[in-house]
Design a protein around this ligand. Sequence first.
Ligand SMILES: O=C(O)CCC(=O)C(=O)O
Length: 220
Amino acid sequence: MTWTDERLAERGSHDLVTCYRTDAGHLTLSERTNLSVERVPLREALDHVRAGAAATLRVRARIDQELPALVSDLGWLAPLVRAGLLEASLWVSPGPTVSRLHFDQPHNVLVGLRGSKRVVLFSPWQTPWLYPRSPLSAAAQFSRLDLSRPLPADRSWARRARGVECTLAPGDALFIPGGWWHYVEHAEPCASLSLRWWPPTRAPVLAAASLYKRARRHSR
Ligand SMILES: O=C(O)CCC(=O)C(=O)O
């Protein structure tokens, strides 16, 4: 699979893809609305990402929903994606970029396509030291820690957290179990593929989370 910018643009140039707004490389986060999202044609988004440090968007495109022409490039995974058993997303980011410390409920295999990323993982047992937000916050999966900066005095408990660190290079695949905290940073432009799936044991969490999100949306 060779997803150069040219091939991506050729196969899905006018498709609208989800992009996260960034501020100095950090995803813009709000307690009330979670991440700040907009949908931009793929070609425009890729041109924007080439602006490097000046870029204010990063692409997180759902391949099955937003770039269907690319599904067949996934080979033996394609039928699983088409059947909705696997969620495939393409991430394209300028450098330098930071993905704040957060966890997701599904399991995830993150595959490096271009550029290298530093990834730090913490198991759910480390949660007490990671300054989690209220479970009722729209940004509940994000920690209140900013690992890209020196720890301020009022976050000193974080020194007790024990994590695992690695570098994800092109061709590497990293398994991030559901519920594990992860922080990602890279100095250079990067592209990666995330493949997520819901283990059956987490289905009740998924149902509760989507009901809660729907209720919140209606109450606004
Ligand atoms: O690659 C990144 O910067 C973020 C990936 C990530 O957080 C995820 O796949 O959940």
